[in-house]
Design a protein around this ligand. Structure first.
Ligand SMILES: NC(=O)c1ccc[n+]([C@@H]2O[C@H](COP(=O)([O-])OP(=O)(O)OC[C@H]3O[C@@H](n4cnc5c(N)ncnc54)[C@H](O)[C@@H]3O)[C@@H](O)[C@H]2O)c1
Ligand SMILES: O=c1ccn([C@@H]2O[C@H](COP(=O)(O)OP(=O)(O)O[C@H]3O[C@H](CO)[C@@H](O)[C@H](O)[C@H]3O)[C@@H](O)[C@H]2O)c(=O)[nH]1
Length: 437
């Protein structure tokens, strides 16, 4: 099929390249000229494993192209995907100005039947609202709108799309249902067909539920610390029950990223507008906001509240591994708090340092973890990168000033840390005291 994808962020780029990979002809459009010029050369604006290879492969196969010219790109398209950003407003509500601009542009140009699909995460009712805009601009109703929310995770976006566990297709016509079902057939996945409002709600409900699992286990972790239990074992014991499942029960410093914080707040706002007080999700957000500061408390505890002049090595800045995305990363809040106490923070992240400098004022970074930890009073882990999982703890002990490891991601075993003589504080587990000066 002929596809036009509008917006080349994570979602537009990854879904565009994957649609081309399964045999469609795809044009990805963006208003950012610089981005499009780079993409034409196979230069990818984000760090996402496997993306560059797949983009280059599909450009060469002439199945994928990039353009800033929406009019030409949509001319031959049968299906148009809207994949622009829907950032949060001050009050948590999703800001639809980019979606509105795109709908207006589509309406101005639309002269034959097309299915116009929202892939961006948008409040319930947006599909109908877009339909109104396009009808007004085009002066006809020879088109269908649909909703096809995206469930990819950053860091594993290509895998998640090529192996999607379901496709949600919200439609109000047989033709749109038929076209979108056909498009998704090569993914050999579960297809959930619903009306547009339901599809829009599925996306928010899924993200809010996953966020709830994380805040739930983080609260359990906080109780574990008070009563002497180990949250990693609790999660294992709970998660082996199929009804609960193992996923998303890793306690830590809470969720960040461009989706969970934004989408939980947007859902709270959707509920509020509908006259409903969404108590659970409000608490999920509240717990999450506080969770990141527990790591700060643990650093202070290790040094009897005196961080003045302490050299702290922070390993990991991105909100999760395998991405350079810094949106709502816990490090943005944690590092300035440590600096305010007079600590000298030296940070290292395998790929997110460039973006981190834009988010964290006065951030000092170094080019390798070994430089960061040299002579450090404490090492603080904020992102569970594989590189840090594989740290040689014996070598590390030899280069730091004192073996203090504060781990926001529960990456090491308590027994190992005990044996190696570290002071080791993690989340929801007992602190190994070691013997620090
Ligand atoms: N990032 C994720 O992992 C993820 C996953 C699932 C769903 N989503 C949702 O998908 C949507 C997009 O997210 P993202 O992270 O890809 O966004 P992003 O902000 O990274 O990228 C959006 C792109 O849209 C472009 N754009 C804005 N206005 C435009 C216009 N008028 N015409 C053409 N292009 C325009 C921007 O230049 C930018 O390149 C959001 O609603 C988000 O909530 C994101
Ligand atoms: O057990 C866990 C799992 C995750 N996290 C944290 O939760 C955040 C989000 O992680 P993840 O969901 O893996 O990344 P995202 O790329 O933000 O993906 C989420 O948000 C996307 C945007 O809506 C959705 O498409 C995905 O399905 C959804 O998983 C990160 O800060 C993780 O560190 C935890 O603290 N504990």
């Amino acid at each position: 099929m002929n596809i036009c994808v509008i917006g080349t962020g994570y979602v537009g780029l990854v879904s565009g390249v994957c649609f081309s990979e399964i045999g469609n002809k795809v044009t990805c459009v963006d208003i950012d000229e610089n981005k499009i010029n780079n993409l034409k050369e196979g230069i990818i604006p984000i760090y996402e494993p496997g993306l560059e290879e797949l983009v280059v492969k599909n450009i060469e196969a002439k199945k994928l192209s990039f353009s800033t010219d929406l009019n030409t790109a949509m001319e031959n398209a049968e299906i148009i995907f809207i994949a622009v950003g829907t950032p949060p407003k001050e009050n948590g509500e999703a800001d639809l100005r980019f979606v509105e601009a795109v709908a207006t542009s589509i309406g101005k140009k639309l002269n034959n039947y097309k299915v116009i699909v929202t892939k961006s995460t948008v409040p319930v009712g947006t599909g109908k609202w877009i339909k109104g805009i396009i009808e007004k601009e085009s002066g006809h109703n020879n088109f269908d709108v649909a909703s096809n929310p995206e469930f990819l995770r950053e860091g594993s976006a290509i895998f998640d799309t090529m192996n999607m566990e379901r496709a949600v297709i919200g439609v109000e016509s047989e033709k749109a249902k038929e076209w979108l079902t056909k498009l998704h057939e090569p993914f050999k996945t579960n297809i959930v067909i619903s009306d547009i409002e339901t599809a829009e709600m599925i996306k928010y409900a899924a993200n809010a539920f996953l966020a709830t699992k994380i805040s739930f286990i983080n609260e359990i972790a906080n109780i574990c610390e008070l009563v002497g239990a180990d949250v990693t074992k609790v999660a294992e014991g709970m998660g082996l029950d199929n009804r609960i499942g193992q996923a998303f029960l890793a306690a830590g410093i809470g969720y960040g990223g461009s989706c969970f914080p934004k989408d939980t707040n947007a859902l709270i706002n959707i509920a509020e507008k509908a006259g409903y007080n969404l108590k659970i999700v409000k608490d999920v957000e509240d717990v999450n906001k506080n969770q990141r500061f527990r790591i700060y408390d643990k650093v202070k505890e290790a040094f009897n509240s005196d961080l003045n002049g302490k050299k702290l090595a922070v390993l990991g800045l991105a909100f999760k591994p395998n991405t350079d995305d810094m949106r709502a990363a816990p490090s943005i809040d944690i590092i300035p708090k440590l600096q305010e106490e007079g600590a000298l923070v030296l940070a290292y992240d395998p790929v997110a340092m460039k973006n981190a400098h834009k988010e964290i004022p006065n951030l000092q970074t170094v080019e390798s973890y070994i430089e960061a930890v040299q002579d450090a009073d404490a090492v603080i882990i904020l992102t569970d990168w594989e590189e840090f999982k594989n740290l040689d703890l014996i070598t590390l002990k030899g280069v730091v000033k004192q073996p203090v490891l504060i781990d926001g991601r529960n990456m090491f075993s308590l027994d190992d840390m005990e044996e190696l003589g570290y002071y080791y504080a993690s989340i929801g587990r007992k602190t190994v005291k070691g013997n620090i000066k």
